[in-house]
Design a protein around this ligand. Structure first.
Ligand code: LLP
Length: 422
């Protein structure tokens, strides 16, 4: 799962850069990304769409650091955003707002106006109430909002309940059997222009069948919508392809290019092969391109558990605490001593602050570890809990390493706060 991370001469590297050198130069915790790994992951989708009209919109919530956005913008990507702040990041990174789609159940009027100002490609509308507000905002703005309705195909993506989004009980999207009426309504509104349809069934999906089922369900709707005289120019199949985290017994996700061959065959068979295809992948573009370097502070043997206390924590890497997610943890320089079994935990004052459980490690205080598959939903979900500054980030390109985010200091954290008057 990590083709650009490897051991060479007894030292772990990302591409041509020794990770211990990066830790020495920038300190820990430190996120390190491989540019080649991100571009290779993108290329797998691009191969899958070869010869098609397609737009890949990187779901930037997975990792919204400016240099990462810049990399994808230069590679031709658009962006799937979920807030006005994300749009501002796209603009700051040199991305093209005409390739931006706006998802999310709670868009505010101010966010709608900002997106209209910049002429984004499409609003992925998630409710009847939102549709009417968008119509009103667009008319007042003197423009027409290009819209797609996010339909809920009600398929089970068989992933963690917190990241499964396409079931009836989720807050996302419009129910399949209400979608046609909403499309008719949208087509009647002067502030809106119907351009597409979209769905998203979940994240970290490792099985092709929910995608195939969702496509059938969505195309059934396209049949009905077009029969009602409303043209669907683009079909957006969402994101969600999983990555290998390396947990024992985990299923390997299908490869992006192979999955798309299968889906495109279905699209052709149903007569929609000529439409603009859109997807919104996040995790699969960046997840395995990143790792987090951390230093062992203390070893704390115990009657029931041994703890390996490191300087990265749940504020840096919230996925284990939030989803009991597994991330591989490997020493930068392997030792020959007999390994012990540890829970790898951070300094935050919560029992949920762990990065790995029951890991066999041969380590000493001062050793450095790499937490793998940390490119997606780690830095972008990080927080300042316990007044911990956010980690620094480095992007590796061959033998070059670029600092793309400086470590956050306490002054930056306190900016904007004020004391009470005397
Ligand atoms: N499009 C929409 C509308 C989404 O809601 C999402 C993710 C994506 C695209 C991108 O999905 P991806 O390709 O990354 O699976 N924080 C969780 C994942 C939350 C995913 C939310 N939506 C985690 O760390 O596992």
């Amino acid at each position: 799962g990590h083709p650009h991370v490897h051991q060479r001469d007894g030292a772990l590297h990302t591409e041509g850069v020794r990770l211990a050198d990066l830790a020495a130069a920038h300190g820990t915790p430190l996120f390190v990304y491989s540019k080649a790994s991100m571009l290779d992951a993108l290329a797998a989708y691009q191969r899958g769409f070869a010869g098609r009209r397609a737009q890949i919109c990187y779901a930037m919530k997975a990792n919204s650091t400016l240099a990462v956005l810049q990399l994808f913008a230069r590679a031709g990507c658009g962006f799937d955003i979920v807030s006005g702040g994300e749009l501002q990041r796209v603009l700051a990174a040199g991305g093209d707002p005409a390739k931006v789609i706006f998802s999310g159940v709670g868009k505010t009027r101010a966010e709608m106006r900002l997106a209209l100002d910049h002429g984004i490609a499409c609003f992925n509308v998630e409710s009847a109430a939102e549709l009417d507000v968008l119509d009103e905002v667009a008319r007042a703005h003197g423009s027409r909002a290009r819209v797609s309705i996010r339909v809920n195909p009600d398929v089970d993506a068989k992933t963690h309940p917190y990241i499964s989004t396409g079931l009836k009980g989720n807050k996302f999207g419009v129910a399949h059997d209400e979608a046609l009426a909403l499309y008719r309504h949208a087509a009647s509104l002067a502030g809106l222009q119907v351009v597409g349809i979209d769905c998203h069934i979940g994240s970290q999906i490792t099985d092709a069948s929910p995608y195939v089922d969702a496509m059938d369900r969505v195309l059934d709707l396209v049949d009905a919508i077009e029969a009602a005289g409303i043209r669907i120019e683009h079909i957006d199949f969402g994101g969600g392809l999983g990555i290998v985290y390396g947990a024992p017994g985990d299923d390997a996700p299908p490869a992006a290019d192979g999955l798309w061959q299968q889906l495109l065959a279905k699209l052709d068979a149903r007569g929609y092969g000529d439409r603009l295809l859109m997807i919104e992948p996040g995790r699969s573009l960046v997840g395995n391109a990143g790792l987090c370097l951390t230093e062992v502070l203390y070893l704390k043997p115990g009657a029931q558990k041994n703890f390996c206390i490191v300087d990265a924590a749940m504020n840096d890497l919230p996925r284990p605490a939030m989803y009991q997610a597994f991330h591989q943890i490997v020493p930068l320089a392997p030792r020959t001593q007999t390994p012990e079994v540890y829970d790898v935990v951070g300094p935050v004052c919560e029992s949920g602050d762990w990065l790995g459980r029951d890991r066999k490690l041969a380590v000493q205080p001062g050793d450095q570890l790499a937490v793998l598959s940390a490119g997606a939903y780690c830095m972008s979900m990080s927080s300042n809990y316990n007044t911990r500054g956010r980690a620094a980030e480095v992007l590796v390109d061959g033998s070059a390493a670029h600092l793309i985010r400086a470590r956050e200091d306490v002054q930056a954290q306190m900016r904007g706060e004020s004391l009470l008057p005397d």
